[in-house]
Design a protein around this ligand. Structure first.
Ligand SMILES: Nc1ncnc2c1ncn2[C@@H]1O[C@H](COP(=O)(O)OP(=O)(O)OP(=O)(O)O)[C@@H](O)[C@H]1O
Ligand SMILES: [Mg+2]
Length: 355
């Protein structure tokens, strides 16, 4: 039985449905990331689990107990927010121990727990400072320490790293995941950053417009997206998607700009000139000696690799080449297939992938 279970959870604000029938089971010890575009309902879903927002309908179970009607403090969740929400007039120690004090833990015990948690998050030398005397990264560690101190059954994180600069964000991400593993926590982490989701998560819930578009491992979302939305949301630079006409025999299809791709599943017996929607990720295309002619429009040099933005008629094609290859803007080049991992999208239903 899952440790955190959402059963048909819905929520509306006024007449507007925001969460539309979410079913998900999260296992004990799992790190699950809720990913999705701005406004899709990520924070609302997390706040319902925490008890900060009432559910419209449906049930939430944590550790085998139904909790959707329980008070937030009785749910065993601790939440960490984007804006830290530290008490400015309390010291670091006071902030970390706040929840314990409110819960009535005696002072000596509280001191020991604060010291343990401060040690874990490398905050011991800062215990007497106030939040204003800390860097953003240190404040965020205090917010996490405060959550850990209460030994919650479930950690809920709402974009806790988005206020940090890129480098610190990367470090904190690794630290957070290590901490989760070390203390054997169960974590639900909200972000709209797909890199953060893919690097942190055991499994990702991709939310679109209040519904789960796909719930799976980062590998599944990337390599076997169920829909075009999932394929386009996950992966940067974005997957190339274009129409192609199935060739006689049903083994390949040719795009309008002249690129021939193998079909993930043979389509023998399809009517002549059947049009399908194909997807291929930028790293699976390459610059070739001969093949499909395109105009190289723009190059993004990332150091280790170059992202090439090409124009093939009206279609933009993105592809990735190693960083040491030289190209010039505005040149006419040929592209070909490096790895024939092709996705075929049915506009109505799930995508076929090549296993
Ligand atoms: N208290 C509220 N009253 C009315 N509408 C709300 C309320 N809270 C959120 N909404 C709306 O519900 C939708 C989902 O909001 P939510 O904050 O869950 O999105 P999100 O996925 O967390 O977005 P972001 O990535 O921008 O944080 C949005 O359209 C938002 O405007
Ligand atoms: Mg949000």
């Amino acid at each position: 039985m899952p440790y955190v279970e959402l059963r048909g959870v819905t929520k509306s604000f006024g007449q507007t449905p925001v969460i539309r029938g979410v079913e998900a089971g999260i296992e004990k010890g799992e790190f699950v990331v809720v990913l999705g575009p701005s406004g899709c309902g990520k924070s609302t879903l997390l706040r319902m689990i925490a008890g900060l927002e009432e559910v419209g309908s449906g049930e939430i179970h944590i550790a085998g107990k139904r909790v959707d009607q329980a008070a937030p403090k009785d749910r065993g969740c601790a939440m960490v927010f984007q804006n830290y929400a530290l008490y400015p007039h309390l010291t670091v120690a006071g902030n970390i121990g706040y929840g314990l004090r409110v819960a009535g833990m005696p002072k000596p015990e509280r001191r020991t727990r604060i010291a343990e948690v401060a040690e874990l998050l490398e905050l011991a030398p800062l215990l007497d400072r106030r939040p204003a005397q800390l860097s953003g990264g240190q404040r965020q560690r205090v917010a996490i320490a405060r959550a850990i101190a209460r030994e919650p059954a479930v950690f809920l994180f709402d974009e806790p790293l988005s206020n940090l600069d890129a480098r610190l964000r990367g470090t904190m991400r690794t630290e957070l995941r290590k901490l989760h593993d070390r203390i054997g926590a169960t974590s639900i982490f909200v972000t709209h950053d797909q890199v953060e989701a893919m690097t942190l998560a055991d499994r990702v819930i991709l939310l679109n417009n209040g519904q789960i578009a796909q719930f799976g491992t980062p590998h599944e979302l990337y390599h076997a997206p169920r829909t075009r939305f999932v394929a386009e949301f996950v992966g940067a630079p974005q997957i190339n998607i274009f129409d192609a006409v199935v060739a006689p025999g049903g083994l390949t299809a040719e795009s309008r700009f002249g690129l021939t791709l193998p079909l993930p599943k043979p389509m023998a017996g399809t009517a002549e000139a059947t049009v399908v929607s194909l997807g291929i990720r930028p790293e699976n295309l390459c610059v070739a000696e001969a093949g499909c002619p395109v105009r190289l429009d723009h190059i993004e040099d990332m150091g280790s690799q170059k992202v090439l933005f090409c124009q093939a008629g009206a279609q933009e094609i993105r592809l990735i080449e190693p960083g040491n290859h030289a190209f010039s803007n505005g040149s006419d080049i040929f592209i070909g297939v490096r790895n024939p991992a092709v996705l075929c999208f049915d506009p109505e239903g799930p995508a076929d992938s090549q296993g």
